[in-house]
Design a protein around this ligand. Structure first.
Ligand SMILES: Cc1cc2nc3c(=O)[nH]c(=O)nc-3n(C[C@H](O)[C@H](O)[C@H](O)COP(=O)(O)OP(=O)(O)OC[C@H]3O[C@@H](n4cnc5c(N)ncnc54)[C@H](O)[C@@H]3O)c2cc1C
Ligand SMILES: *[C@@H]1O[C@H](CO)[C@@H](O)[C@H](O)[C@H]1NC(C)=O
Ligand SMILES: *[C@@H]1O[C@H](CO)[C@@H](O)[C@H](O)[C@H]1NC(C)=O
Ligand SMILES: *[C@@H]1O[C@H](CO)[C@@H](O)[C@H](O)[C@H]1NC(C)=O
Ligand SMILES: *[C@@H]1O[C@H](CO)[C@@H](O)[C@H](O)[C@H]1NC(C)=O
Ligand SMILES: *[C@@H]1O[C@H](CO)[C@@H](O)[C@H](O)[C@H]1NC(C)=O
Ligand SMILES: *[C@@H]1O[C@H](CO)[C@@H](O)[C@H](O)[C@H]1NC(C)=O
Length: 506
């Protein structure tokens, strides 16, 4: 096959031609990782038609991300069609010491991703498949979103723990653990994982499971962005609870009821939330009244009468109540007053701080409610910000034991608090960051745990690494060993990188 190397300056002129013809042009890029002067790279001819530069009309679409806050930047996009292409591309890029980043759903928002600049985005959209097998396992390509997984698995009358948002990458979320409403029954999304196939930095393809590379399989479930690109995952699924029909109630509350609501939640999580019950609290500014509003959503896969005993605890204080019986597949669109798909909007700055809490300290939450409302009123450019509390059951994850995977929060996951600062006008960026960081610290003081615990996928970049990966020395040793074995040159360091050196743990 003929290969052309085109200087960057003329790629713009040729881009249109490239998209409509099958002529095998390749596009040069600057080698950012290398300390040597910039030079053009010539991709292997077998990957012609899969690599494009910034002048490609589809470039913005194919590299788009949910958050533009401290985001990675790209000057090329690689769209492998299958695992052989992925392998070849990785072998090539690592041989040239080029920096790259895998994209499954594009919803990763960690500010650590800012370390990836002028890189190649490996867009995995061609790996979008979900196949339920006869034995009830499901094989998921890494291009599949939670929405795809839910539709196919639910359509087969089965279920597993999934995230609440349809637009998030199913594999991307699983790599950090994967939290969701069905945790009480099945544990995390990653707890249902039975095997993965992945491509390492040098293009080598391996399988990891309880019997093959079990050490790596352990690490993938909680720190899985660190070792290679998982392109296919196989999960166990279970027959749908209550025929796949879930009770869902949405109640709205005025800010003045924050104390009541947090006290009721604490009463439900002490000693433990019922294993089928999931609560989600959403605080945001009401566009009509310009006051802070609170929505409490209750989801329960079981009969209405059984579920209502929980709703009745809250409803005397609520302004409105809506109840529905929904199919599992409808929850992403219909639960929480239909607000969830709105959070899929791509493009703004999303500056998030999060932490886990054993209980919700009512006095701290009352004060937060007042200050959060005043903050958004004072800086209207931040008025799309919100706070979410995911109070999901923990029995399924606790049943597996603390060392089951690299996910370290099995005993520290009663409530997961996420503060979502949103803005487009950068003049308020510093205020947003200061406000939510300070509140993360205050909530940490009343979390009911003696240390900070943060779900890795929700983390910022200022926490001690142990808050994300666990405080125990044995975890640090195990993770650092894996990092050295599987990613010796740090090609997968963009997302809460596991340190190479044991002394670098914080
Ligand atoms: C609106 C919203 C809702 C969310 N809801 C939930 C939820 O309910 N439950 C939950 O657990 N989390 C949730 N999250 C957090 C989510 O788990 C993380 O944002 C996760 O990183 C998203 O994965 P992705 O594939 O969409 O993102 P991406 O940006 O594509 O990937 C995130 C990181 O993982 C790496 N990566 C992606 N794919 C692979 C792969 N196949 N192999 C190796 N590395 C890879 C990327 O390089 C990047 O560093 C939510 C996030 C958002 C924005
Ligand atoms: C590869 O890139 C990294 C990151 O930029 C750099 O630290 C390293 O020195 C480079 N290695 C070589 C061999 O050029
Ligand atoms: C890219 O374009 C397609 C087709 O127009 C559209 O469906 C998709 O949502 C776009 N993707 C992004 C990330 O904007
Ligand atoms: C916002 O306020 C209006 C007017 O009081 C009310 O009808 C609506 O339910 C509120 N929205 C939410 C999400 O609470
Ligand atoms: C936020 O402010 C904008 C502009 O002032 C306004 O249009 C919008 O309705 C406000 N949104 C909320 C939730 O208050
Ligand atoms: C947290 O508590 C410690 C010890 O009581 C105190 O020194 C610190 O100021 C508190 N931090 C915040 C943000 O409230
Ligand atoms: C590829 O990388 C892995 C992980 O670093 C290593 O174990 C393996 O030996 C490498 N394969 C080749 C062919 O070099």
């Amino acid at each position: 096959m003929v290969r052309f190397t085109i200087p960057q300056a003329v790629t713009a002129l040729l881009a249109a031609v490239q998209t409509v013809s099958s002529t095998p042009f390749t596009v040069g890029r600057l080698d950012q990782r290398s300390a040597s002067p910039p030079h053009s790279s010539v991709w292997p001819s077998a990957l012609n038609g899969q690599v494009y530069g910034e002048s490609w009309p589809e470039f913005a679409n194919k590299t788009k991300r949910w958050s533009s806050y401290r985001a990675p930047t790209f000057d090329e996009v690689f769209l492998p069609e299958n695992e052989n292409d992925l392998s070849l591309g990785l072998e090539y890029m690592s041989s040239k010491n080029m920096s790259f980043l895998a994209r499954s759903g594009g919803h990763g928002y960690s500010p650590t991703l800012q370390s990836i600049q002028d890189a190649v985005l490996i867009n995995l959209e061609n790996f979008n498949y979900v196949n339920v097998q006869d034995k009830g396992t499901v094989v998921v390509g890494t291009g599949a979103y939670f929405g795809d997984l839910i539709d196919t698995v639910g359509g087969a009358g089965r279920e597993l723990t999934v995230g609440s948002c349809p637009c998030v990458g199913a594999t991307g979320a699983m790599l950090g653990g994967g939290l969701g409403r069905l945790q009480g029954l099945y544990g995390l999304t990653s707890d249902a994982l039975r095997s993965v196939r992945l491509a390492l930095w040098n293009g080598t393809i391996i399988e990891a499971s309880a019997t093959q590379h079990p050490d790596l399989f352990w690490g993938i479930r909680g720190s899985g962005q660190n070792y290679g690109i998982v392109f296919e995952s196989t999960y166990e699924t279970w027959p749908a609870t209550h025929g796949g029909i879930h009770y869902s109630a949405d109640m709205t509350f005025a800010k003045s009821e924050i104390k009541q609501v947090t006290e009721i939640i604490n009463s439900l999580t002490t000693p433990a939330l019922e294993d089928k019950l999931a609560l989600l609290v959403f605080l945001s500014l009401n566009a009509t009244t310009n006051d802070l509003n609170m929505v409490v959503n209750i989801v329960y896969p079981g009969p209405e009468e059984e579920a209502r005993k929980y709703t009745k605890l809250f409803s005397p204080y609520s302004q409105s109540l809506q109840e529905h019986m929904l199919k599992w597949q409808q929850l992403p669109e219909k639960s929480v007053l239909g607000l969830i798909p709105l959070s899929c909007a791509s493009g703004p700055r999303y500056d998030l701080y999060a932490l886990n809490a054993k209980t919700l300290d009512p006095a701290t939450w009352v004060e937060f409610g007042n200050e959060f409302e005043s903050f958004m009123q004072k800086y209207p450019a931040t008025n799309g910000s919100s706070v979410m509390i995911e109070t999901f059951p923990v029995q399924g994850m606790q049943a597996l034991g603390n060392d089951y995977s690299a996910f370290p929060h099995r005993d520290y996951f009663e409530n997961v608090i996420e503060m979502i600062g949103v803005y487009e006008d950068d003049s308020v960026g510093q205020e947003v960051d200061d406000f939510f960081r300070a509140w993360r610290d205050r909530f940490a003081n009343t979390s009911g745990y003696d240390k900070l615990h943060v779900y890795q996928n929700y983390a910022h970049d200022d926490e001690p690494l142990s808050a994300l990966y666990g405080y125990q020395d044995w975890r640090h040793e195990r993770l650092t060993k894996l990092k050295n074995a599987y990613d010796p040159h740090g090609f997968f360091d963009g997302y809460h990188a596991v340190p190479f050196d044991i002394s670098k743990w914080t």
